[in-house]
Design a protein around this ligand. Structure first.
Ligand SMILES: [Zn+2]
Length: 118
């Protein structure tokens, strides 16, 4: 079921967690990376061993998520307008202008593209 109230992580998120590393044979600090809210990579900070989600799987999951988000956008906007009409009215112009840039930024992040590289 679609949870319309849940906050969405749309960019790159790195969190640290203590996990058991099979290479180090002990509990070590791991960096867990999410791209657009999807698990992308888990890396042991001590030895560098990492487990990477297949790129096509991340891209496919992102595209599926994006379609759902776009399809549910009018409903989410309506709910938000009903709950906080004044804040919604003031935020709308900025959001409309920045939305294409935010989506493009997500796609670049999910695709693993670096815009600074030629
Ligand atoms: Zn390790």
């Amino acid at each position: 079921m679609l949870d319309l109230a849940a906050p969405r992580i749309t960019g790159l998120l790195r969190i640290n967690a203590a996990l058991e590393c099979p290479t180090c044979s002990s509990e070590t600090l791991h960096e867990i990376r999410y791209v657009a809210g999807l698990l992308n990579q888990i890396r042991c900070v001590r030895c560098g061993q990492h487990w990477q989600m297949a790129r096509h799987a991340v891209e496919e999951a992102y595209l599926r998520q994006l379609v759902t988000r776009v399809a549910s956008k009018p409903l989410r906007l309506g709910l938000e307008a009903g709950r906080h009409p004044i804040a919604f009215a003031f935020s709308l112009p900025r959001r409309v202008v920045t939305k294409p840039w935010r989506i493009a930024s997500e796609v670049v992040t999910v695709a693993g593209l670096d815009p600074s590289r030629p």
